[in-house]
Unconditional design. Structure first.
Length: 177
């Protein structure tokens, strides 16, 4: 979205212009749906979380500063809405401060043979705690310290959940050899 057009849409959204709100939603919703789906695991729940995120986005547009990109700002609010949803379902209660296991070497060529949607389906099969940490670390680029702070868990628990997610995925990937 062009910067000037973006600013005009933001101003119109802050005036509760429904056409502008729809334009903003239509522009970002598909991306935010994909993001949310990676975390919550099913389309209906993801749609609900995206709707909640956009309610927050429209309610706080006055806080957006043009210093960063609108897309990054929308993404951050949506990710926080997804994490808030997962915390409300207490999916991180089972994450314990276990010993970090050594991860066996993964055959990267197996992953290269897969289609993106096949890999995303495998990630969606992960238990919620594993999936959240895996997405935040491997896809979003958060550090284990940042993940621990966001989720209210130990840093070592984040590492452990990431390793377990990789082990789960490795077992599922064996059929592609």
């Amino acid at each position: 979205m062009h910067k000037e057009k973006e600013q005009n849409i933001i101003k119109a959204c802050m005036r509760n212009d429904r056409t502008a709100q729809k334009a903003l939603y239509d522009h970002f919703a598909p991306y935010m749906m994909a993001l949310t789906l990676r975390y919550v695991g099913d389309a209906d729940t993801a749609q609900d979380v995206v709707q909640e995120a956009f309610i927050k986005i429209f309610g706080s547009l006055h806080q957006f500063t043009a210093q960063g990109s609108l897309g990054s700002w929308v993404r951050r609010i949506t990710l926080n809405a997804a994490l808030e949803f997962l915390r409300s379902r207490n999916v991180f209660a089972c994450i314990e401060d276990d010993e970090v296991m050594q991860m066996p070497t993964m055959n990267v060529s197996v992953i290269e043979k897969m289609q993106t949607d096949e890999l995303m389906q495998l990630i969606a099969m992960l238990p919620a705690g594993y999936r959240t940490v895996f997405n935040m670390y491997a896809i979003e680029g958060y550090s284990h310290k940042e993940i621990a702070e966001q989720l209210g868990i130990q840093e070592s628990s984040s590492r452990s959940q990431y390793i377990r997610a990789k082990m789960f995925l490795q077992k599922k990937l064996e059929k592609y050899k």
